[in-house]
Design a protein around this ligand. Structure first.
Ligand SMILES: NC(=O)c1ccc[n+]([C@@H]2O[C@H](COP(=O)([O-])OP(=O)(O)OC[C@H]3O[C@@H](n4cnc5c(N)ncnc54)[C@H](OP(=O)(O)O)[C@@H]3O)[C@@H](O)[C@H]2O)c1
Length: 433
C-alpha cells in the first residue's frame, strides 16, 4: 500500500499529510489556529508536531492533545513528517533544518524571505533532486497571493518589470508623514512600534533589507533568476523629512519605499528605496501597512496585487494555502523550478528629485548648476518654499533624466561644500509607475 493511501469502502483513500511546525510565534500560532479551527481540512492536513525553543511556555490549551510539543528538532524529524512548516525566520540554524527536511523527502512550506534570498537556488535544487517541494507564498506580500498569481497566473506572459511596495512598516511611516503636519520620522516610528507595525529595531524595514530580500524572491518567481541581495542598491527612508513631502506634493507626487526590478537585456535593473511616485498612482494611494505590487508583461500589460502584507492571520492563510496545494498534488511530485544566476546592472537614466539643506548665501544655486553641468546634467526646476530658517534652508531641484553615477559624482562635489547643513538627498522620480 502506498504510504499515503488507505483502503476504504469506496476505494483507496488518501491519508492526511502529517504537518510539523517549526516555530510557534506570530505566524506559527496563527497557522496552528487555522488548522485547528477548520475541521474540514483534517482529511488532508494533520498537525502532528510543534517545535520551538523553551517549548513549555508556548503550549496552548486550544491545540489538540494529539499534537506533540518538542524543543528537540530530532524528535520532529523522527516522526517522518510529510511537510515541515518553517516559521522561525533567519538563515541559521533554520537553513540546516530546511535542508534536512528536503533531503528526507519532506516538502517545506516557509515564510522566510531571508533564507530564500540567501539560499533559494540551492533549496529549489535540493527539493527537485529529492522529488519534493519548497513553497513560500507567505514570504512576499504576507497574505497577498502574489507568488501563486505570478507563478501560475502570469506564467504565460514574458514579464519585464516588477515594482512594489513590499514593506508595510516603511509604507506606514511614509504614508503617515505624507498626511501633512511636521511629524518627524522618529515620532512616527515610535507610534508604529506602539501599534505593532514596527520592530524595536526597524533597520531591516526602513533601510531596505526586508524589501530587498522579498525583491530577490519576486525576481526568482518572475524571471527565474537569482539576484544577489548585496548587488541590489538599497537606500534608507531615514533621511526623508516633512519638507520632502511638501516639495513632492508641489510636483504632484508623494514618496514611498519602492522595490523595482526590470529586465534589461540578459541583466536587470534593481533598486529598493524611497522614490517620488505620482500621488494618484496605485503606489501613491497605498496607505498604512498595505502592500501593492504591479507587474508589467510584454503581452498582458500591467497586473496588480494588493492587500495585507503582514500580520499573523493573513500570513498564516498563505502558509495554509501552500499546505493545501501540497495536499492536492501527488506526494513526491517535484516542482522542478530553478533560479539561474542573474546580473544586476546600474539603473537607466531617469529624472531625480534632489533636496538640499543649506546655510543660505548668494551663489549656492550657481555652484550647484556648475557641478551638475560638469556631469552634463540639466537642471529642470528649482523649488523653494518660504518660511524656513536661513541657517537650515531646505530647497529642491529636479534634474532631467541622467545616469545615477553622474548625479552621485556631482552630489559628492556639492555635498563637500561649506554651505551644506546635511548631505543632499537624491530620490529617483518614478513617474511611469
Ligand atoms: N509576522 C508577520 O507578519 C510575517 C509576515 C510574513 C512573513 N513572516 C515571516 O515568518 C517567519 C516567522 O515570523 P514571526 O513573525 O512569526 O516571528 P516570531 O513571532 O518571532 O516567531 C518565531 C518563533 O520561532 C521561535 N524561534 C526563534 N529562534 C528559534 C530557534 N533557534 N529554535 C527554536 N525556535 C526558535 C521563537 O521563539 P521565541 O518565542 O523563544 O523567540 C518564536 O516562537 C519569519 O521568517 C518572518 O519573516 C512574518
Amino acid at each position: 500500500m502506498d504510504k499515503k493511501t488507505a483502503a476504504s469502502g469506496s476505494g483507496p483513500r488518501r491519508l492526511p499529510l502529517r504537518v510539523a511546525l517549526l516555530g510557534f510565534g506570530t505566524v506559527g500560532a496563527a497557522v496552528a489556529r487555522i488548522l485547528v479551527e477548520r475541521p474540514e481540512l483534517a482529511d488532508r492536513l494533520q498537525l502532528t508536531h510543534v517545535f520551538n525553543r523553551d517549548v513549555a511556555r508556548k503550549r496552548a490549551a486550544w491545540v489538540p492533545s494529539t499534537v506533540t510539543w518538542t524543543e528537540n528538532v530530532d524528535d520532529l524529524f523522527a516522526s517522518l513528517p510529510d511537510i515541515v512548516v518553517e516559521v522561525i525566520g533567519g538563515v541559521d540554524p533554520v537553513g540546516g533544518w530546511v535542508r534536512r527536511a528536503l533531503e528526507r523527502g519532506a516538502s517545506v512550506v516557509t515564510a522566510n524571505k531571508v533564507l530564500l534570498a540567501a539560499q533559494g537556488p540551492d533549496l529549489l535544487q535540493l527539493a527537485a533532486a529529492n522529488h519534493t517541494q519548497i513553497r513560500f507564498e507567505a514570504a512576499v506580500g504576507g497574505g497577498v497571493p502574489l507568488i501563486h498569481g505570478v507563478r501560475e497566473g502570469l506564467a504565460g506572459d514574458n514579464l519585464r518589470r516588477v515594482a512594489g511596495i513590499l514593506n508595510g512598516t516603511s509604507n506606514y511611516v511614509l504614508s503617515r508623514m505624507a498626511g501633512g503636519g511636521d511629524e518627524t520620522m522618529a515620532s512616527v516610528l515610535d507610534d508604529a512600534r506602539r501599534l505593532g507595525y514596527a520592530e524595536a529595531d526597524p533597520s531591516a524595514d526602513i533601510d531596505g533589507d526586508d524589501a530587498g530580500s522579498k525583491l530577490v524572491v519576486l525576481a526568482g518567481i518572475a524571471f527565474h533568476r537569482h539576484l544577489r541581495l548585496v548587488d541590489i542598491p538599497r537606500r534608507s527612508i531615514r533621511p526623508i523629512t516633512a519638507a520632502d513631502f511638501r516639495y513632492a506634493r508641489s510636483l504632484g507626487c508623494t514618496i514611498r519605499q519602492i522595490s523595482l526590478v526590470e529586465a534589461k537585456g540578459d541583466a536587470f535593473h534593481a533598486f529598493v528605496g524611497p522614490a517620488l511616485v505620482p500621488a494618484g498612482s496605485s503606489f501613491g494611494r497605498n496607505e498604512g501597512a498595505n502592500n501593492v505590487v504591479t507587474l508589467f508583461g510584454q503581452y498582458g500589460g500591467e497586473s496588480s496585487f494588493s492587500g495585507a502584507g503582514a500580520g499573523g492571520p493573513a500570513t498564516a492563510v498563505a502558509v495554509v494555502s501552500d499546505l493545501l496545494a501540497l495536499a492536492q498534488r501527488q506526494a513526491g511530485e517535484g516542482g522542478g523550478e530553478q533560479w539561474l544566476p542573474g546580473r544586476v546592472v546600474p539603473p537607466p537614466a531617469r529624472p531625480y528629485y534632489v533636496r538640499f539643506v543649506v546655510r543660505d548665501r548668494p551663489g549656492i544655486l550657481a555652484f550647484i548648476a556648475a557641478a551638475l553641468a560638469r556631469q552634463s546634467i540639466n537642471l529642470d526646476a528649482v523649488l523653494q518654499e518660504p518660511g524656513y530658517p536661513k541657517d537650515a534652508l531646505p530647497f529642491v531641484i529636479t534634474v532631467e533624466a541622467c545616469e545615477e553615477s553622474a548625479l552621485l559624482k556631482a552630489l559628492a562635489e556639492i555635498g563637500a561644500a561649506d554651505f551644506d547643513v546635511e548631505p543632499p538627498l537624491a530620490l529617483p522620480m518614478l513617474l511611469g509607475v
